[in-house]
Write a protein that binds this ligand. Structure first.
Ligand SMILES: NC(=O)c1ccc[n+]([C@@H]2O[C@H](COP(=O)([O-])OP(=O)(O)OC[C@H]3O[C@@H](n4cnc5c(N)ncnc54)[C@H](O)[C@@H]3O)[C@@H](O)[C@H]2O)c1
Length: 341
């Protein structure tokens, strides 16, 4: 009986990476919650690096034809442990990128579902990663801090008492991951991202205004912002975020003094963003009507200190506010040209 158990656990933890032409190991990667704002772009980025068939997207949403053409896509509900096991085994997965989540504003609208997806989902993936000896990446967020945390700057290690279920679930994920690392040697890796800006539709977070403003202004010439003009929040363009993720996944364990790192590129307010946009979009109007998201933003970091990531694995952002605006104006204009107003 014991022998069988041992044999099973050894078998489960056996990892046989593919090898590329330079003799480098190529990981097989599964992305959960992959049809959201970050997942699709992340798959593109990692497929460019590791090959189309080595990155599997998964979600509970019906994919578009384009997603299916781009590479492997499978259905998996993060709450279905057996379904997850089957995918890891059938596809011989090495790395798991866990994106499934309900974001801050959406989570507040449906707390029981956020508890299930964000907390039970995390229990499933961390056990899965332990059982099959996977490297596991879980994103955290500036929302993992709260009103008691220092806000300008917010260091890597400080008080974390968030007031949203999203933040609570992310602190839980950070702590659980660190615990599994210390207790079982699990290769858990986590980056705390600020608001991530891309031309794809955002998932219902508090920093979404910085995406919506480009879509609305370029379509209609005006935007009503749900945050006050001077609300400062840390942000990064999706290219910087995905480069951080992929560089961090490649760092050898001996360089890492932590399993959880802050990363960021910049901080700005809605007013500063609209001033930067005025250089590229001359005529538009912005008005302000703060809603419940203002309370969330007021409890979050204003400036994020990512010096530990810079020190330990040479993280360096490349996209500043002007680059970000230029990229967004170009990408959103292209989307409008394809999809219409
Ligand atoms: N976008 C940001 O600005 C940002 C910032 C910090 C951290 N993050 C984190 O990055 C991750 C991805 O963020 P995103 O912006 O792509 O989110 P998103 O809301 O756009 O996507 C989340 C995906 O999870 C899926 N999902 C929901 N319930 C599921 C279930 N039961 N089983 C499987 N999948 C399910 C959804 O269908 C959705 O496609 C999240 O964990 C988020 O907390 C995002």
């Amino acid at each position: 009986m014991l022998k069988n158990l041992l044999r099973t656990s050894i078998k489960h933890s056996f990892r046989a990476y593919s090898i590329d032409s330079n003799g480098k190991k190529i990981p097989k990667i599964l992305i959960t919650g992959g049809l959201g704002q970050l997942g699709v772009e992340c798959a593109k980025h990692l497929r460019g690096k590791y090959g189309k068939d080595n990155v599997i997207l998964s979600d509970i949403i019906k994919p578009t034809q384009e997603i299916v053409n781009d590479g492997p896509y499978i259905f998996v509900d993060i709450l279905d442990f057996k379904g997850l096991q089957k995918i890891v085994v059938d596809h011989r997965v090495d790395w798991l990128i866990h994106f499934s989540a309900l974001l801050s504003a959406i989570g507040e609208q449906n707390v029981p579902l956020a508890v299930r997806v964000n907390i039970e989902g995390m229990h499933n993936v961390i056990e899965l990663a332990k059982q099959y000896n996977l490297r596991i990446f879980v994103p955290s967020t500036i929302g993992a801090f709260g009103p008691d945390s220092p806000r300008n700057p917010t260091p890597n290690i400080t008080v974390q008492r968030p007031r949203t279920i999203y933040g609570v679930s992310k602190v839980h994920a950070e702590l659980l991951g660190e615990y599994y690392f210390h207790k079982f040697g699990l290769d858990f890796r986590c980056l705390r991202f600020p608001g991530v800006i891309s031309s794809d539709p955002p998932g219902g977070g508090t920093t979404d205004y910085a995406i919506a403003i480009f879509h609305e202004v370029l379509r209609k010439g005006n935007y009503q912002c749900y945050l006050k003009p001077d609300t400062r929040l840390p942000m990064m363009h999706v290219r910087d975020a995905l480069r951080a993720l992929s560089e961090y996944l490649e760092v050898s364990n001996d360089k890492l003094n932590r399993r959880v790192y802050n990363v960021t590129s910049m901080s700005f307010t809605p007013e500063e963003l609209s001033e930067a946009m005025a250089k590229y979009v001359p005529e538009f109007k912005i008005t302000y009507k703060p809603d419940s998201r203002q309370d969330i933003a007021d409890s979050w970091p204003q400036v994020f200190d990512d010096s530990e990531a810079r020190r330990d694995w040479n993280w360096k952002s490349e996209i500043n506010l002007d680059d970000l605006v230029k990229l967004m104006v170009k990408e959103v204009r292209e989307k409008i040209a394809i999809n219409g107003l």
